[in-house]
Design a protein around this ligand. Structure first.
Ligand code: GDP
Length: 725
């Protein structure tokens, strides 16, 4: 089979926004405009996007799907005599969009990181009244880390208080000096009518009840000077992309619109320019031109470098290009339950192709699995797909053991693509169904939710038998409990949030331990000598950076240095098991230990009495003693906190944060307000939103995210340890 769509006409992108900037509204408009590009005349008089959304919803639309496919023919390719015409699907300028979902809330940064990995570009949406907000900064940083080309869309320019210029400046100041105006708005607030494109030097108005008819016109007289000035700025920036263009420009030759577009495309793909667009999704202004910019400036999979992975047999690095002729390789990036199709595994193909009904090799687990069907989610339907080619995104039905970040590939040419790294959860709560009868249903629901979200974990308290859920923040867990109610009909009570402490050591030690029992008959004999030292905390991931010093529960090393069989080989695994079990139990307050290296250096055995159990116990006891000697300490999650308050509350806020063992890292002006940055232990931050509200008469706002683990000060640690005893 041949690919159904030329790869240069594919765009895999995401819409990134902080909460409330208008991501949902913009996405709805995108689906609306792309869904009707071939039936423009059919919008019924008075029909609104909401009506349309309502109908689509009945048909099972999922704007929260991990990836949605739609098609877009750029406005100019459909324009005749200055008015956009309808086209059928055969217009050669038609492009396929795979829009990848990226959540806005900070508690879901893992989701953002995950999506960054598979998208090739992004549209970042800003609120034209508030400009850059804390979450936009965090998400921007993740996009920087993953080298994702971006377009900026300053939305809500119809709102009272909206300012394109202030928002644009906040992008320059707080995100990147590489941003540059590609448009300017015509009017603001109630007078926001349309936009001016600084490349075509035309004005655009959006007519028809849904703004679906884009009309091109001359720039209004009063905006001509501004447009000329900002166009020159844009041109000066784009000619930096090419020496010949720069020289021609310096000699007074202005590049043509086509040349400017080509240079801008080059700059955007190299992450050297972030063009800025204007509009109002709600008032149906500007969105179509942003889609045109996606086509013009964001990369197709062909514009990107090859992906690298490792050969699971040799450990050598290998590359895969976005080519149908290379062996199949794909990354599973999201598991999601679809009300119509069941469990879906969203994946991106990096090379080769995969056919529905075939078997794929999961190189992460080493198992083969059958892809029973492949679907693409569109606004109004789930399209069955025969074959998916390099560079494309689709969802598989039927994969049972494939989880987020697993690699699927050709068994004859195996590769493991770099895994997506996620931080370990830092908060946990006990959860109990309202009725006993729901116990089993709750188990199923929690397992499904944990499959979808790698930063959400479910465990059982071994002593009490209670279920414990863990995640990245209080809100993260609240939302999951709420989803359980809405999607699985299970109502549950939760306990007080608990901090996920860890334990580690600060020094090193050496311990010899014998476990011997002689009670008539066969006795027990295990004898080990171990050296314990601290492992450097895990480094940052190279692909998607994880917060500094993230410690993972399995960060542990076991070295067997036994020579001459002083302990027979068959007992070595029992020694490691004993060590691991002791590590999981901790030595101070029962929290799992991390960042420890154990070397088994010596020991002895007894012909009759030695057994696996004896070595396990001997090793376990040795570990506990060694950990005490190596100065065991408690670790706690430290959150990166940003609080925004009016000036008059600054003193109270910083005083309060310092009282919470917080380190104030900096302060700055934020419009009319002040922003405080601090690192504060998570245990001190529960319920902080309520405190903040009462301290600032409801005028403060805050965000926080997990940053790293740090040692708990001794006096505080003593209380925690005492409480656990
Ligand atoms: P999300 O949280 O980023 O998905 O934001 P939504 O799309 O849900 O928008 C948040 C709120 O802003 C909603 O009440 C929208 O109606 C409103 N909104 C979105 N876009 C615009 C816009 O362009 N102009 C105005 N005035 N309001 C908007």
């Amino acid at each position: 089979m041949k690919r159904d769509y030329p790869l240069e006409k594919v765009r895999n992108f995401g819409i990134i926004a902080h909460i409330d900037a208008g991501k949902t509204t913009t996405s709805e408009r995108i689906l609306f405009y792309t869904g009707m590009s071939h039936k423009i005349g059919e919008v019924h008089e008075g029909e609104t996007v909401t009506d349309w959304m309502e109908q689509e919803r009945e048909r099972g639309i999922t704007i929260t799907a991990a990836a949605i496919t739609c098609f877009w023919t750029p406005t100019h390719a459909r324009m005749q005599d200055g008015v956009v015409q309808a086209t059928d699907g055969t217009n050669p300028a038609r492009h396929r969009f795979n829009i990848i979902d990226t959540p806005g809330h900070i508690d879901f940064t893992a989701e953002v990181q995950r999506s960054m990995r598979v998208l090739d570009g992004a549209v970042v949406v800003f609120d034209g009244v508030s400009g850059v907000e804390p979450q936009s900064e965090t998400n921007w940083r993740y996009a920087d880390d993953a080298n994702v080309p971006r377009l900026c869309f300053i939305n809500k320019l119809d709102r009272t208080g909206a300012s394109f210029e202030d928002s644009y400046k906040s992008i320059l100041d707080r995100l990147s000096p590489k941003a540059i105006r590609a448009q300017i708005p015509i009017g603001l607030e109630g007078e926001h009518e349309g936009v001016i494109d600084l490349i075509t030097m035309k004005a655009y108005y959006f007519e028809g009840n849904m703004g679906q008819e884009v009309r091109e016109a001359d720039i209004p007289e009063n905006l001509k000077a501004d447009a000329q000035k900002y166009r020159s700025e844009l041109i000066e920036r784009v000619v930096e992309q090419d020496d010949a263009a720069m020289n021609a420009y310096l000699e007074g030759k202005e590049p043509s619109a086509e040349e400017i577009k080509a240079l801008l495309r080059k700059g955007v793909i190299k992450n050297e320019i972030f063009p800025v667009y204007a509009g109002s999704a709600l008032k149906n202004k500007g969105v179509q031109l942003v889609l045109d910019a996606v086509v013009d400036y964001l990369p197709s999979p062909l514009d990107l470098p090859a992906v690298t992975g490792t050969d699971p047999k040799t450990g050598n690095p290998i590359e895969r290009h976005a080519s149908d002729d290379e062996p199949f390789s794909a990354l599973a990036f999201k598991l999601q339950t679809d009300p119509f199709v069941g469990s879906l595994t969203f994946f991106r193909v990096y090379s080769g192709s995969v056919t529905s009904g075939s078997y794929v090799y999961n190189s992460t687990t080493g198992n083969k699995e059958r892809v029973s069907r492949i679907v693409r989610l569109q606004a109004d339907k789930r399209e069955e797909v025969e074959q998916v080619f390099a560079g494309e995104i689709a969802a598989a039905v039927g994969l049972k053991d494939t989880k987020t970040s697993h690699t699927l590939c050709d068994e004859a040419h195996p590769i493991i693509l770099e895994e997506i790294t996620f931080p370990e959860p830092v908060v946990s709560v006990r959860i109990e169904p309202k009725t006993k009868a729901d116990q089993e249903k709750m188990g199923v629901a929690l397992r499904k939710l944990a499959d979808e979200d790698p930063t959400f974990k479910v465990s059982t308290d071994e002593e009490t038998g209670e279920t414990i859920i863990s995640g990245m923040g209080e809100l993260h867990l609240e939302i999951l409990v709420d989803r359980m109610k809405r999607e699985f009909n299970v109502v549950a009570d939760t306990g007080k949030p608990q901090v996920a402490y860890r334990e580690t050591i600060q020094g090193s030690s050496e311990v010899e331990n014998k476990y011997i029992k002689q009670t008539g008959g066969r006795g027990q004999y295990g004898h080990v000598k171990i050296k314990m030292k601290k492992l450097e905390p895990l480094p940052e991931g190279d692909d998607v950076k994880i917060p500094k010093n993230v410690t993972r529960e399995d960060h542990f090393e076991f070295i067997n240095s036994i020579k001459g069989g002083v302990i027979p080989q068959e007992y070595i695994p029992a020694v490691e098991k004993g060590v691991r079990e002791a590590m999981a139990r901790g030595v101070l307050a029962g929290y799992p230990m991390v960042d420890i290296s154990i070397e088994l250096v010596d020991g002895s055995y007894h012909d009759v009495d030695s057994s696996e159990v004896a070595y396990k116990i001997a090793a376990s006891q040795a570990f506990q003693e060694a950990a005490q000697k190596a100065k065991a300490v408690l670790l706690e999650p430290i959150m990166k906190v940003e609080v925004i308050v009016p000036d008059q509350f600054m003193g109270d806020i910083t005083g309060n944060l310092s009282g919470k063992r917080g380190q104030i890292e900096g302060m700055e002006e934020r419009g009319m307000n002040k922003a405080v940055h601090a690192m504060v232990p998570l245990s001190e931050m529960f319920g902080y939103t309520t405190t903040l509200r009462s301290m600032t008469e409801g005028r403060g706002s805050m965000t926080m995210e997990f940053d790293h683990y740090d040692v708990v000060p001794t006096n505080v640690a003593q209380d925690i340890i005492a409480a656990r005893k």
